[in-house]
Design a protein around this ligand. Structure first.
Ligand SMILES: [Zn+2]
Length: 459
C-alpha cells in the first residue's frame, strides 16, 4: 500500500498548480491550474497529460484563480469524466473565470490564424466555450468543514484559507495516508474574509504549502499608495491600477473608500473597467448581503456599499471602456488583468504609459515573462499590439495588498499545528524561493523539501 504524489505544476514555479495523488485504487488531482508567464511554461499547457485523464476519479479545487482551475476544460476535453469538487463561491467564480479564459483562448487562436504567425495551419484554442460548459456540468459543490467521500478509500475536507472568496485548503485522506494541501494561503488580515483556519489536529504524512513569498516579508502599509495617487493627481495625471479581477479589485476599492472618507486623497472619479472584475464584485456583494459564513464577522455592511464612496463608475461595455480615452481630468482606473497579460488594462497601458504625468501602481505578484514584471523591472519600452510603447509614466509597486501569506506568516501557520507533519513540501514558488523557504523550515526543525516539477514522491 503506497500513495504517490506527482507534482505536475506549481513546483519550482508559481503557476499551473496540479498535484496528482495515486493510491492502489484511486487517482485524485488536487487543483488543475493553467501555466502562465514565460513561453516554456505556457507550452506545458499543450503537452499530453501524463496519465489518461479518464483514469482520474476526481478533481478537488482549492480556489478560483486561473493558475488553480484554468486547465480544467482541457482535462475534460482530453477525456476526464469524474466529479470536480469545490466550495459554492468558488463554483460561481470559476464559471466566470473559465468562460473568460475560453474567450481569450479562442480570440488568440483566431488572431494567430489571421496574422499567420502560428506554425500550425489552423491554430486551435487550448479549449473553447463548449469545453467550459461541459466542465461546469461536472462540478459538485461542497461546503467547508464537511468531510466528503470521493472514492472507496478517499475523503477530503475543505477549510477556509482566507485568500479569496471561496478559497480553501484541503485535508485529503487517501488510503492510509493523510495530506494537507494549502492552496493559496491568506495573511490573516483580509479586510473582508475570515482568517485562515489553523491546521487540523492530526498527524499529516505530508503538508504541501505554497511559498510564493517564502523568502520575503510584506511591507506594512506605509502610505505609499495614497502618496503615489496624490502626486499623480497634483501633476494632472491619472492612476492606472492593474488588478487581479477577483479579490484584489474589492480590496483596492475598500482602501480607496477609506482614503477618501479620511480625506487622505482627493475625490476623483474611480472606474472599474473589467467585465470579469465587475462580475466578481457582484459575488462579493452577494456574499456580504447573505452574511456568508466566509465573511469576517466584524464586517458590517448593511446599508452602504462598502466598495464605493459615491464616485465609482462600473464600465461594462467596450464603448464605455473606450470613453476613458476622452477622460481629460485626473481619475483612477482599476482594470484587469493584474499582471497585464491581457484584458482591457493593456489598452489603458498603451495609452497611459508614454505620458510622464500618469502613474501605474502594481499591486500584486508579477510572474516572470509578464508585462507587469517588465514594468516592475524598470523596462523603458513595452511591446503591445505589435508596437513598442515608451514607458515614461511613474511605475510603483505597492505590495501590502497581497492576499498571500509571507515567509513569517507561512511559518507561523505551520508552527500553529498541534502535531508536526512527517514532511513539508514547499510548492507554488519560484525555484529559488521554494528552496530558500524549505531550508528556513529545516532550520526550524521541520523535515522540509522543495520538489521539482514533475517529480514523483512516495508518501
Ligand atoms: Zn490564488
Amino acid at each position: 500500500m503506497s500513495v504517490r504524489v506527482n507534482f505536475l505544476g506549481a513546483a519550482g514555479t508559481v503557476t499551473g498548480s496540479k498535484f496528482l495523488f495515486s493510491s492502489t485504487t484511486s487517482n485524485i488531482l488536487v487543483d488543475c491550474g493553467m501555466f502562465q508567464g514565460i513561453k516554456e511554461l505556457r507550452l506545458k499547457n499543450w503537452e499530453k497529460f501524463p496519465i489518461q485523464p479518464a483514469e482520474i476519479e476526481a478533481v478537488v479545487i482549492t480556489h478560483a484563480h486561473l493558475d488553480h482551475c484554468g486547465y480544467l476544460p482541457r482535462l475534460v476535453k482530453s477525456g476526464f469524466k469524474g466529479k470536480i469538487y469545490m466550495t459554492p463561491w468558488t463554483r460561481d467564480l470559476v464559471q466566470v473565470i473559465l468562460l473568460d479564459s475560453a474567450k481569450i483562448q479562442m480570440e488568440d487562436a483566431e488572431y494567430a490564424a489571421k496574422k499567420g504567425y502560428s506554425k500550425h495551419k489552423n491554430p486551435l484554442p487550448l479549449y473553447d466555450t463548449n469545453d467550459v460548459l461541459r466542465t461546469l456540468d461536472l462540478i459538485k459543490e461542497v461546503k467547508f468543514s464537511t468531510r466528503t467521500q470521493i472514492t472507496s478509500d478517499t475523503f477530503f475536507t475543505f477549510h477556509p484559507a482566507g485568500h479569496i472568496l471561496g478559497a480553501a485548503f484541503v485535508d485529503l485522506e487517501i488510503e492510509s495516508k493523510r495530506v494537507l494541501i494549502s492552496g493559496d494561503l491568506g495573511r490573516g488580515n483580509h479586510p473582508l474574509l475570515r482568517d485562515p483556519e489553523v491546521i487540523p489536529d492530526a498527524t499529516f504524512d505530508a503538508i504541501l504549502i505554497e511559498s510564493t513569498y517564502g523568502d520575503e516579508s510584506h511591507t506594512e502599509p506605509d502610505g505609499s499608495f495614497e502618496r503615489v495617487i496624490n502626486q499623480t493627481i497634483k501633476r494632472g495625471g491619472s492612476v492606472l491600477i492593474p488588478a487581479f479581477a477577483v479579490d484584489r479589485t474589492e480590496i483596492i476599492l475598500m482602501e480607496l473608500k477609506r482614503l477618501l472618507e479620511q480625506q487622505l486623497i482627493e475625490s476623483v472619479p474611480i472606474f472599474v473597467d473589467s467585465p470579469m472584475a465587475l462580475q466578481a464584485l457582484e459575488f462579493y456583494r452577494g456574499a456580504l448581503k447573505e452574511k456568508s459564513w466566509e465573511i469576517n464577522p466584524m464586517i458590517q455592511a448593511d446599508a452602504e456599499d462598502i466598495f464605493s464612496a459615491g464616485n465609482l463608475t462600473q464600465l461594462q461595455s467596450v464603448e464605455e471602456s473606450k470613453s476613458l480615452n476622452q477622460q481629460r481630468h485626473p481619475c483612477i482606473i482599476i482594470s484587469a488583468s493584474g499582471m497585464a497579460t491581457g484584458g482591457r488594462v493593456v489598452h489603458h497601458l498603451a495609452r497611459m504609459l508614454p505620458d510622464p504625468k500618469n502613474s501605474v501602481i502594481l499591486t500584486g505578484y508579477q510572474a516572470v515573462g509578464t508585462r507587469g514584471r517588465s514594468l516592475l523591472d524598470g523596462t523603458k519600452k513595452l511591446k503591445m499590439f505589435g508596437q513598442e510603447i515608451e514607458v515614461n509614466s511613474q511605475v510603483e509597486l505597492v505590495d501590502y495588498f497581497s492576499v498571500h501569506a509571507d515567509r513569517d506568516e507561512l511559518i507561523s501557520w505551520l508552527e500553529g499545528a498541534r502535531q508536526r507533519p512527517k514532511v513539508v513540501f514547499a510548492i507554488h514558488g519560484d525555484e529559488d524561493t521554494s528552496e530558500t523557504f524549505a531550508s528556513l523550515l529545516r532550520e526550524k526543525g521541520f523535515n522540509a523539501y522543495a520538489p521539482a516539477l514533475e517529480e514523483v514522491l512516495e508518501l
